[in-house]
Design a protein around this ligand. Structure first.
Ligand SMILES: Cc1ncc(COP(=O)(O)O)c(C=O)c1O
Length: 409
């Protein structure tokens, strides 16, 4: 980590663009994070909860049927098997444990697909913290079952009716609440977005995904030491950063690079290549998408400098969790320096992948994760990577109603 990153700056992206009253509570949070989170005691408590409450480690699964069909070895990191059905619980446990130690007795959060809201409600109940969730009305309607789950666990759910009634509007409402209640409230941000310290804090809590996957991959007998490619969907970008981080600075060695790889265009000693699948909606060139990296511009949103979709574009994705106009600043940096390639996967492509994984592997992915599956299939078809590691960030149970409207079975 460079000095600039440790202050939340990612090569000019990130930072803290918030009104004055929020500066101090964010300073306090950053200090609490820097002082507490790296201690052995906190880490032991966090790891214990990840194991006993969330269900870690999650398996690394070789998707043999899909691999056979497309001619590349495709591995799925099964975050869909976690308690609550998605990777969101990793971050929620980390932040809630930190908030409790900092003496906060109230959690607030924004949610799009509802998975982060559900995970926040779970940790709120677990640790006895009052919990309030902000959710755009449009999202609350398409994820009604998740709203019910949150309420069942004692959280209050506020349906936000301003703007497009989506995730960005829920973030605005949560930020306002935070500004008014900084003394007793922790804003449990759900992705690697927002003002410092959230992007680096959420990344660190989600890095367990890549750390585990790296070790599991190295224990496989039939592959090289690292996968050729790592693929994840990108909403705010937390499951993607969580997967990528452990592979960011590694290089595959010539002894362990696979034989087939020698025929591919790329040379040995390559880094693991990163691919981000954004919500391409009706196409990244259309006027309805959620792909600020594939097609967007630098701007400031929700307290950070990052990439944002163009003004004349309506934010849209079939998956509520990718339906966000901005993206985490570390991804904006990866994009700017060419470390990761970002592609808008259309609604149609994601729905096809949703169905294909269900049929070939017996695994129903979340619509968000289906974007990553679609991108992995494209890469396998292109034939440049022998081993592809995909983060299956969540399960599709929450998407049954949307799917039932799209498919006649
Ligand atoms: C299953 C799943 N995957 C991915 C995302 C997108 O979030 P992020 O990009 O922060 O991983 C969400 C968000 O709700 C989600 O529920």
């Amino acid at each position: 980590m460079t000095d600039r990153e440790s202050t939340g700056e990612f090569e000019g992206y990130g930072g803290r663009y918030v009104p004055e009253p929020l500066q101090e509570p964010l300073d306090q949070l950053a200090a609490a994070y820097d002082d507490v989170a790296s201690t052995d005691e906190f880490q032991a408590d966090f790891r214990d909860h990840l194991e006993s409450f969330a269900g870690r480690p999650t398996p690394l699964y070789h998707a043999k049927n899909l691999s056979e069909r497309y001619g590349a070895e495709i591995y799925l990191k099964r975050e869909d098997l976690l308690h609550g059905g998605a990777h969101k619980i990793n971050n929620c446990l980390g932040q809630a444990l930190l908030a409790k130690r900092a003496g906060r007795d109230r959690l607030i959060a924004e949610t799009g697909a509802g998975q982060h809201g559900v995970a926040t409600a779970m940790v709120g109940a677990l640790l006895g913290l009052e919990t309030e969730i902000y959710m755009g009305k449009k999202d609350a309607q398409r994820q009604a079952m998740n709203v019910f789950r949150m309420r069942l666990m004692g959280a209050e759910v506020n349906e936000v009716t301003r703007g497009g009634e989506g995730l960005a509007d829920a973030v605005d409402a949560a930020l306002e609440d935070f500004a008014a209640n900084v003394d007793d409230t922790h804003y449990l941000v759900g992705s690697v977005v927002g003002p410092d310290p959230f992007p680096r804090m959420v990344r660190d809590f989600q890095s367990v995904i890549g750390e585990e996957a790296r070790e599991q991959f190295q224990n496989l007998e039939r592959t090289g030491d690292f996968p050729d490619a790592a693929v994840a969907c990108v909403g705010g970008g937390s499951n993607a950063i969580g997967l990528f981080h452990a592979f960011r600075d590694v290089r595959k060695t010539s002894e362990t690079s696979s034989a087939a790889h020698q025929n591919a265009k790329r040379s040995e000693d390559d880094p693991v290549e990163f691919y981000g699948a954004e919500g391409g909606g009706e196409g990244a060139e259309s006027s309805r998408h959620a792909a600020p990296l594939a097609k967007g511009q630098d701007d400031t949103i929700h307290g950070m400098k990052t990439r944002v979709i163009d003004d004349d574009v309506e934010v849209h994705s079939v998956s509520a969790g990718l339906d966000y106009p901005g993206v985490g600043p570390e991804h904006a940096m990866f994009h700017a320096v060419g470390r990761c390639e970002y592609t808008g996967i259309t609604d149609e492509e994601a729905l096809a992948a949703f169905r294909e994984l269900s049929e070939t592997e017996g695994i129903i992915p979340a619509l968000e994760s289906s974007h990553a599956i679609a991108r992995a299939i494209q890469l396998a078809e292109e034939g440049e990577h022998e081993t592809i590691l995909v983060n299956l960030s969540g399960r599709g149970d929450k998407d049954m109603e949307t799917a039932a409207e799209k498919f006649e079975l």
